[in-house]
Ligand binder design. Sequence first.
Ligand code: NAD
Length: 427
Amino acid sequence: MDQKTDHLIPGPQGHSKFWQNAHLYFDRVYATMNLDPLWRAVLSTPKRVLTVSCPVKMDNGGIQVFTGYRAQHNNARGPFKGGIRYDDAVNMDEVMALAMLQTWKNALVDLPYGGAKGGVVCDPRKLSMGEKERLTRRYTSEIMPIIGPMQDIPAPDAGTDGQIMAWVLDTYSMMVGQQSLGVVTGKPVTLGGSVGREEATGRGVMNILRKFLATQNKKLEEVRIAIQGFGNVGSHAARLLAERGATIVAISAKEGGLYDESGIDIEAATRYYKENGVLTDFPGADAVSNEEVLTCECDVLIPAAMESTIDATVAPHIKARIVCEGANGPTTPEADEILRDNGVTVLPDILANAGGVTVSYFEWVQGLENFFWDIQKVQDELQRVMERAFDQVNAKADEADCDYRTAAYTIAISRVAEASRLRGLFP
Ligand code: NAD
């Protein structure tokens, strides 16, 4: 079984490996916390999961039925919030696991949100703009009963972008009969989006890595970085890190990667990727496999593609001393243990990639107040939130003598558990 589909194999409990991994990370930390065991199931079970079918008229005159999901994990701390993913590997277990991760992430950076995730099983690269618009509008109308500015606020994730959020916004607003800018974030700026949202996840990755390096008396200028995935997260992280003097020695997209020990010209590679949709054949760097990008000579590895790409097979060969998780759930628990045993520091997803949802929160607040910030304020506030979260995780890791993932989960779970305890069980 190849690496891409391995995480979809139903496990002994009938769930995919990725779902089991998300639960394993939660269960391990919950067991070490002084919390009521009776709440364990409440905190780890999604509150609601909706499956919808979306029949769409295709350009060739046919009709294709797409399956979509919206999983709402926990809303003890505020409205549900989380992205919508368009990918052909989307499945119910994946959105449930991602929704749970989102709950911990939102709590860790202390946003007044619960966690959710949605997805549609499709390859967006194979859909025309018209087909994507009709699919998005139909999916929005199907999940309409459970989303809303104070209920559940979607945002972009892998395979979706500001244009798709604009269609979600328009469809929702048409159906409720009033403008509802707060129903999604990651919208285009002309429709009430926030400046700085598009690059926010990559910027947060940069903030966290720079902050961690400072604890080692190191600077970005001194590190060589490999990045897996060159979409929203990976490409913005690459640009922002390169602008600050880091050497980006390797990058990759689905079809393959590039390596240059003297540093890849990120601006040129970004232009090339936008024009060609692939990185292979980019002149000015050597073509390498995706596995070679993960295991190349570098100081920092940033997985920014999909979940479970760092597994027990690849982990022993990783040469980076720091793994900074731009993607959600890129490291399996077995790989996490191998990296820890090998002395590799992992800056966990719920901390490192929280920049996107943080600026989404700023966007939502700006929309509610109808008062919009300038780019400097967005960047300063993002840095403040990310660095505060890092300091809290760092302090917890010192105090409990544990790794950063355990520290981050401990903080996040205790916040959600406390909110749940105070609210009590309904009825
Ligand atoms: P995207 O669709 O913009 O880009 C994904 C990139 O990964 C593409 O370049 C694709 O070619 C590449 N890719 C896919 N599979 C790969 C593989 N096996 N090897 C190498 N490259 C591969 O997606 P994105 O929005 O950048 O999201 C990437 C990850 O970051 C996802 O896990 C997502 O959940 C997470 N994330 C995204 C955001 C956000 O704001 N977009 C926020 C937090 C976390």
